[in-house]
Ligand binder design. Structure first.
Ligand code: GLC
Length: 756
């Protein structure tokens, strides 16, 4: 049994060395650490606490605000001028950030502000919501998307994004599933790394980069019942095996900050959870960046029942390792007193302040507090045409084709009449989805093209396009059905665009019913009864449950919220200019009763092979065991064949690797991308292993008839798991290699033995 220490011990050593160990030679320019120490030595306790205090400006408010308004509000101004605020969020644009920075620099030590913003999937150019981007399985594209978001945000004066959200989510009732990368720790880790790299670019000081934030630490996605802000209760082994890997990946990728989560974990709020913050993040992972609380989460330890009042909340948070207080007033009102009373060691406050000052020095803000504030650069960057092209490509790759039989797509519309019906057919800015920054001076009517307008602009001569709304997303009003049916009767093919409202997913948007809201499904049924070729497009920020549509409508496209370029990307796929290649990053259940349902489940002692349980095997008497659509599933306009899986060895020992290779062929008539997925299953171990775990994938583009060998390497990292002692280990045993087009569609199998 091998235990994994590896990177952690290196990081731990680095964290233990005193700052002076990094001092340069006396003649060289002072190092960041030396500059931090020099400034720290001049600061009063109130000024130190000021660096640990963050308030919201008047941008998107995402929680109970301590103060109304913006820099013109007397509260902010006085606090800023007296150095009592170290960071603002929801202040964007070169104009607003300059205003705030000017006021803050009047403080005694002229310490510049850090500007933070939720740049989650774009700043001005909005990319698909993160869950949709995860469906692209395109790590380069995801990194590029974050890179562009960072470039735009930095041009807008933003230093720090509160992204990537890396919460594993197995429960689609939870509204924030839209912000993450789905249910899988391995895919979630690779995407976390790509997003951190994209946001942080060449690192602090890069004028196209922002500090990234791995959030929400930790296990927020496991809220009981999928209910927002609810408790989380799980074994530490599950925490380490399923929920922590993307955070560890983000830390390894050099994330500059972490944000803790609102939930309590096994009875201790994450904001005051020393096991998470001190032991794991700052201890084992050697994290030297900033830990910022979530909005008011320090103060929320009072209603949690973990602190009797705001003063104790401040003490619990700072002691547990939380560095900055977003919007709870706890640090500003109580931290100095706690130090004076000896309840909080000054050394802990100094450590937190060092972490903040270090970033401000690294960003170059002390040398030039306005270096990110250049209106000319802002104008040029925010109108860079290459950004729209990247957003279109990512939207194209995020669309998932769930069904196309009998074949309706791509549309053959020359000389025909198309009816485009439904409440989302003319969705414009709604396609930005949740957590999209709204910039005051953008004309979104012109900036965003609806699917209807995009399709109309690209239909061949002689093709007619008709429209009817039919109904709204929510509500019982069927008065639009008659018009929709009239329009559909004139058409040769019917497109119906339905789903959630974009406001139905995201924070504080948990849903107990995941069907199509309102009367949308009734509209689809009545249109379907006309007996014409039909395509249903579903826009949502999460998996929905739509059994009748799944079983009766020949063509189904899952279009999530695809961002600014949604209209043209949907048109690309409808017309066949793009062959859809999205694969689900999260399981779609058949019914609510199956939730939580995920692919990497354990076998149990009474497994139920096939899709339904036999008597006395695991399952339900009134529902199948399998999902509606499996993790990793997605169709396209061509077909792929897998053959010839070979392993270069049947036994593995030491630090060797097994090389698995197979041939993938495009056996259809059009070029396309296939996501070849590698799953492993250790048959026997000291803790039961999941029936399969994703440990690699290759996205390959193949022309019609083209064949290519695809290779994977399997080593200790891929074979390791968390044992009962919470160590990452490997154990000897037989390993199944399962390679497929989805977690349910395994095309090739092989086996090898791990000998030590
Ligand atoms: C919110 C969210 C968090 C966000 C923060 C600032 O409540 O939980 O993800 O970054 O507040 O907007």
């Amino acid at each position: 049994m091998q235990q994994f220490r590896g990177l952690r011990s290196t990081l731990l050593l680095a964290a233990l060395l005193p700052p002076c160990a990094f001092a340069g030679s006396p003649s060289a320019a002072p190092t960041v650490e030396e500059r931090v120490e020099k400034l720290l030595a001049q600061m009063t306790i109130e000024e130190k606490v000021g660096q640990l205090t963050q308030y919201s400006g008047s941008g998107a408010v995402t929680g109970p605000v301590s103060f109304e308004g913006d820099v013109r509000h007397s509260n902010h101004r006085e606090l800023l001028e007296s150095g009592r605020i170290g960071s603002m969020l929801n202040v964007t644009g070169t104009n607003a950030t300059r205003q705030y920075q000017e006021v803050a620099l009047r403080s005694r030590l002229h310490i510049p502000l850090l500007f933070g913003q939720d740049v989650i999937h774009g700043y001005k150019m909005i990319f698909p919501i993160p869950l949709a981007e995860a469906a692209s399985w395109d790590l380069e594209g995801i990194e590029r998307s974050a890179r562009i978001a960072a470039t735009e945000a930095a041009a807008g004066g933003v230093h720090w994004t509160f992204a990537p959200m890396v919460d594993i989510a197995r429960d689609p009732r939870w509204g924030r599933v839209m912000e993450g990368a789905g249910e899988d720790p391995w895919l979630g880790s690779r995407i976390a790394e790509a997003r951190v790299r994209g946001f942080q670019g060449k690192g602090p000081g890069d004028l196209t980069a922002v500090m990234a934030t791995a959030k929400h630490f930790a296990a927020y996605g496991a809220a009981i019942g999928g209910r927002e802000y609810n408790s989380v209760d799980m074994s530490l082994r599950t925490l380490w095996e399923i929920y922590l890997p993307p955070f560890e990946a983000a830390a390894r990728a050099g994330a500059d900050s972490f944000m803790n989560s609102f939930n309590d974990l096994n009875g201790i709020p994450a904001t005051g959870n020393a096991y998470l913050l001190n032991d794991i993040l700052k201890g084992r992972w050697g994290f030297t960046g900033i830990v910022v609380s979530d909005w008011g989460s320090i103060g929320e330890m009072v209603p949690h029942g973990y602190a009797r009042d705001l003063e104790q909340a401040a003490q619990e948070a700072i002691t547990a390792g939380n560095d900055m207080d977003m919007e709870s007033d706890a640090y500003r009102n109580h931290l100095a007193g706690l130090v004076a009373q000896g309840k909080v060691p000054l050394a802990r406050v100094d450590d937190a302040v060092r972490r903040v000052l270090r970033k401000k020095f690294e960003l170059g803000l002390f040398d030039d507090p306005y270096r990110f504030i250049d209106p000319e650069r802002e104008r040029a960057v925010l109108n860079d045409p290459s950004h729209r092209k990247a957003a279109r490509e990512m939207a194209d790759r995020s669309i998932v084709l769930l069904r196309n039989s009998p074949r309706v797509l791509p549309l053959d519309v020359k000389g025909r009449t198309v009816a485009f019906i439904g409440p989302l057919a003319k969705a414009g800015k709604e396609n930005h989805g949740g957590w999209a920054v709204s910039l005051p001076d953008v004309d979104y009517e012109r900036f965003v093209t609806t699917p209807f307008d995009a399709l109309r602009a690209r239909l061949p001569q002689g093709t007619r396009l008709l429209y009817a709304r039919g109904c709204s997303v929510q509500g019982e009003d069927r008065s639009g059905f008659a018009e929709a049916l009239d329009v559909a009767r004139q058409a040769d093919v019917i497109l119906v665009s339905v789903g959630e409202d974009w406001t139905m997913s995201g924070e504080a948007r948990a849903r107990a019913h995941l069907g199509l809201p309102g009367v949308q499904e009734d509209l689809v049924k009545e249109l379907h009864a006309l007996g014409k070729p039909m395509v249903v497009l579903i826009g949502a920020g999460r998996p929905l449950i739509f059994p009748w549509i799944s079983e009766n409508v020949p063509a189904i496209l899952y279009t999530w919220w695809l961002g600014t370029e949604a209209g043209d990307a949907i048109t690309d796929v409808l017309l066949g200019d793009v062959n859809p290649s999205g694969r689900l990053p999260i399981t779609f259940p058949r019914s609510m009763g199956q939730i939580p349902l995920y692919y990497n489940h354990l076998n149990t002692g009474r497994p139920a092979p096939g899709d339904a349980a036999k008597e006395y095997t695991t399952g339900y008497i009134d529902e199948k065991n399998v999902p509606r659509y499996a993790f990793g599933f997605g169709l396209g306009y061509t077909t792929f064949e897998y053959s010839g899986l070979r392993l270069d060895r049947k036994e593995l020992r030491g630090d060797g690797k097994v090389r698995a290779s197979l041939e993938v062929a495009n056996t259809g008539g059009v070029a396309g991308d296939e996501v070849v997925q590698l799953y492993l299953h250790q048959k026997v171990a000291s803790v039961v292993r999941p029936v399969k775990e994703l440990k690699g994938f290759r996205r390959v583009h193949l022309a019609p008839g083209e064949r290519r060998r695809v290779e994977f390497e399997i080593g200790r990292e891929e074979l390791s798991f968390i044992d009962m002692a919470l160590h990452r280990v490997t154990e000897p045993g037989d390993i199944e290699v399962l390679i497929g087009a989805s977690s349910e569609d395994i095309r090739q199998r092989a086996e090898f033995s791990l000998l030590d």
